[in-house]
Ligand binder design. Structure first.
Ligand code: FAD
Length: 410
């Protein structure tokens, strides 16, 4: 039996385990007596927001080096069922062994997954939702120089012009050119964004859109708007408007949904499959269960609901972990109160764009400010400290902001 059992080793789960540990340590009077466990199938935290980058295999942090030093036990398994009455989780280890893990308080932080379409040739679609998928795409691109020459060899179609689609499309221009150049084919590189809406970045705000459009023009990213993909055959991508694009690479980015495990919790869920939680991130109507990250439909500032984002997953995890431990100790819970909403969208070699607030006001700054900000987010802020228990517990405090000052641009 674990005092706090956290399901999922992403941003929300890692910080939930750290925050629960922090509070339990702070209140221990004698030898440490409380147990916190993290149940997750893989040994690493995957830096998911960076999976559009060229070398995804290195975008991970070993969970044991982060949580091991503070005594969090890692259980390598996938949760398959949750009995919220008996307070037990059924889990399957990588070797197929099934076990039952009992808990006193549970934090559900099993994240989300891209919703892949069902259409002929869908298996040929790449995505960058998980580390293995991003590595598969990187391997596929690296093999292109050896692939037979012909139409579409250096063309990539990206489906979905939302946040992820824009980041991978703009990045693919440089990645494909670097691979094509030694073959004398840099000029043949084509990246085409296919989007069902009539505009790119429909959810990213009207102020950011002109910046995004300029960046796409600068990089030569083509757009096919108001249409979608209907079929793929490995040589070409067929669109609903009747046109065909010769392309050897296609990447699907549209739509995310909360982990299927949320269906195991007898509570209301929203249209994205996220569990309804109260201000303290307790799952509504289920004793002893909290939700955080992409599995939680929590209230954010100004009547908004959190987005499935790293920006929200980290503070959600800290509050859920803190409150799960507080409940055990008979302490009052704290309410989730996120920092003001911001975005920072990478635009590859064309820079980046940053907005603030839910109406997405463009953030002005010196030349290169947004790109520098994105670099700070990707390379520093989202990475948890490894082998540094003091720093981990300091940052696990829900009152400590994730953001640090941005270094001035040259
Ligand atoms: C390409 C890309 C770019 C992104 N860019 C940004 C960005 O710029 N800014 C931003 O804020 N957000 C961004 N996001 C979104 C962000 O990555 C997610 O919102 C964030 O990772 C959510 O954290 P999480 O801990 O809830 O879930 P995840 O990071 O998805 O982690 C879930 C964890 O649960 C584990 N798990 C799943 N099922 C089970 C199970 N049944 N049992 C046990 N463990 C399980 C998984 O293995 C994983 O360890 C991006 C996402 C992608 C894919």
């Amino acid at each position: 039996m674990f005092d706090v059992l956290v399901l999922g080793g992403g941003f929300a789960g890692l910080w939930a385990a750290a925050a629960a540990t922090r509070l339990l340590h702070a209140t221990e009077t004698g030898p440490v007596g409380h147990s916190v466990a993290l149940l997750t199938p893989h040994p690493d935290l995957v830096l998911r927001p960076r999976l559009y980058e060229p070398d995804p295999a290195r975008l991970r942090v070993p969970l044991d080096r982060v949580l091991g030093p503070v005594g969090v036990r890692r259980i390598a398994a996938t949760a398959t069922a949750v009995d919220t009455v008996r307070r037990e989780v059924t889990a399957t280890a990588p070797d197929g062994t099934r076990s039952t893990v009992a808990y006193r308080r549970l934090v559900v932080a099993t994240g989300s997954a891209v919703v892949r379409p069902e259409l002929p040739g869908a298996a040929l679609l790449h995505d960058i939702d998980t580390l293995p998928a991003a590595v598969r795409l990187a391997d596929h691109l690296r093999a292109l120089p050896e692939a037979p020459d012909g139409p579409g060899r250096w063309t990539a179609v990206v489906v979905g012009a939302g946040f992820t689609g824009l980041e991978i499309a703009t990045e693919l221009v440089g990645r494909l050119r670097a691979l094509a150049a030694p073959c004398g084919a840099a000029d043949e590189v084509r990246v085409v964004l296919v989007e069902r809406a009539e505009v790119v970045g429909a959810g990213l705000g009207t102020e950011a859109r002109p910046v995004i459009t300029r960046a796409l023009d600068e990089l030569g990213v083509e757009r096919r708007l108001g249409t979608t993909v209907t079929r793929l055959d490995g040589r070409a991508v067929h669109l609903a408007d009747g046109s065909t694009l010769a392309a050897r690479t296609a990447v699907w980015t549209a739509g995310m949904r909360a982990s299927a495990l949320t269906a195991q919790i007898p509570a209301p869920r929203d249209g994205l499959g996220r569990l309804a939680v109260d201000g303290a991130l307790r799952v509504r109507g289920v004793e002893g269960v909290y939700a955080a990250g992409d599995t939680a439909a929590a209230a954010a500032e100004g009547g908004h609901t959190v987005l499935q984002s790293c920006q929200h997953a980290t503070p959600l995890g800290k509050v859920a972990g803190h409150n799960a431990a507080a409940d055990l100790l008979g302490l009052s819970p704290v309410d989730f109160a996120p920092d003001p909403y911001r975005t920072c969208l990478d635009l590859g070699a064309a820079g980046a764009v940053s907005t603030i607030g839910w109406n997405r006001t463009l953030r002005e700054g010196p030349e290169g400010f947004a790109k520098e900000l994105k670099r700070a987010i990707n390379e520093t802020w989202i990475s948890p400290p490894a082998d540094d228990p003091q720093e981990l517990l300091r940052r696990a405090d829900h009152r400590v902001a994730q953001r640090q000052p941005v270094p001035p641009t040259a």
